[in-house]
Design a protein around this ligand. Structure first.
Ligand SMILES: [Zn+2]
Ligand SMILES: [Zn+2]
Length: 339
């Protein structure tokens, strides 16, 4: 089968490799679409170190089951599925508690184990979630991003009428914006410099703040009568935007640190944390339940994933896709590789 193999940073080639084999408890999926996410790019350019190389990259995928291993009861050949790329052990304290996203014995496809920029991938059956015919394979790749957004929202409990600001309107930021709107937050401020992303955020029901034209903190304060928002969602992962989030949240408010931030953050405002009694929340990955919530929201028409796809490549051009996102981060939204 064809697969995109990374041997060292930037050295990725599409090669012929042995086809993924089925084994007990596993299914083999004929991959149809895999999106490029920031984590893939960070693995590709070496910012995130990988425990073993070579590795087949790719982890935000949909496809069709073509082989079912012994002991698999709930799937059959032909099922259309989205893959939960966080592999978990099912037998540790976190897995028993349902927090499989925190399992220390698993890993991420395309990092700890082979991924899905490939024609086929073998995955545990519990990492497959069926998707309805109404969701295309391409659009379905964004269910993974949406599932992570649902995971984070379980921790922040938006009450109708809460005021929310979402800093950063990449694909995940836009999904944060939309989920906040349909959860009843009002208003939801969408903050970014990018005009075309603000246009999408506005269609998603947000009040827009153009960070290139005004100071987002002052704009949010002014629009909330000087109070600040109940919840600020940081969806960039930078020191500057974390600072903005802490500055624009009201006393006793919550900051959701959703963008994947670097190990060290400058500008952390310890005084604000203390004097404003800010709660800072982290959120990692997703659990199977989040996929069901995500699929329901898309099926009902409340969330539009199709708008998020801005660029398409094929399997022979995975390197071009990764290079494009590496060189022009933020210029597109979802970049999908059709396989
Ligand atoms: Zn990802
Ligand atoms: Zn576990």
């Amino acid at each position: 089968m064809k697969a995109a193999v990374l041997r060292r940073p930037y050295a990725l080639t599409v090669e012929d490799v042995p086809r993924s084999m089925v084994r007990p408890g596993y299914v083999v999926v004929n991959v149809k679409a895999t999106a490029v996410c920031g984590t893939d790019v960070a693995i590709y350019n070496g910012k995130i170190s990988v425990p073993r190389l070579p590795v087949i990259q790719g982890h935000e995928s949909t496809g069709r089951i073509v082989e079912v291993g012994p002991d698999v009861a709930d799937f059959k050949v032909g099922d259309r599925v989205v893959l939960n790329s966080l592999i978990f052990c099912r037998h540790c304290a976190y897995c028993y508690a349902g927090k499989v996203n925190l399992c220390p014995n698993g890993g991420l496809m395309g990092r700890e184990m082979d991924g899905a920029f490939a024609e086929y991938v073998a995955v545990p059956d519990c990492n497959c979630i069926k998707i309805p015919d109404s969701i295309s394979y391409e659009d379905g790749t964004s269910l993974i991003a949406l599932a992570t957004v649902f995971r984070s929202h379980e921790k922040i409990n938006i009450t109708p009428g809460d005021t929310v600001a979402v800093i950063g309107q990449g694909a995940a930021g836009l999904l944060q914006t939309r989920l906040s709107v349909i959860s009843g937050a009002d208003p939801v401020f969408a903050v970014t410099r990018s005009r075309w992303k603000l246009d999408i955020a506005e269609k998603f029901g947000a009040r827009i703040i153009s960070a290139g034209e005004v100071d987002p903190v002052s704009a949010v304060k002014e629009a909330t009568g000087g109070l600040g928002v109940d919840l600020a969602i940081e969806s960039v992962g930078s020191s500057a935007t974390l600072r903005q989030a802490m500055d624009m949240v009201r006393l006793g408010g919550t900051v959701l640190l959703f963008g994947i931030a670097p190990a060290g953050m400058d500008n952390f405002n310890g005084y604000a944390m203390y004097f404003k009694e800010i709660k800072i929340i982290g959120s990692k990955g997703m659990v199977p339940k989040d996929f069901h919530m995500a699929i329901k929201a898309v099926e009902s028409g409340k969330i539009d994933l199709h708008t998020l796809i801005t660029h398409r490549f094929d399997l022979d051009h995975v390197k071009d896709a990764l290079d494009w996102v590496d060189k022009r981060p933020g210029d597109g939204l979802r970049v999908v590789v059709n396989i």
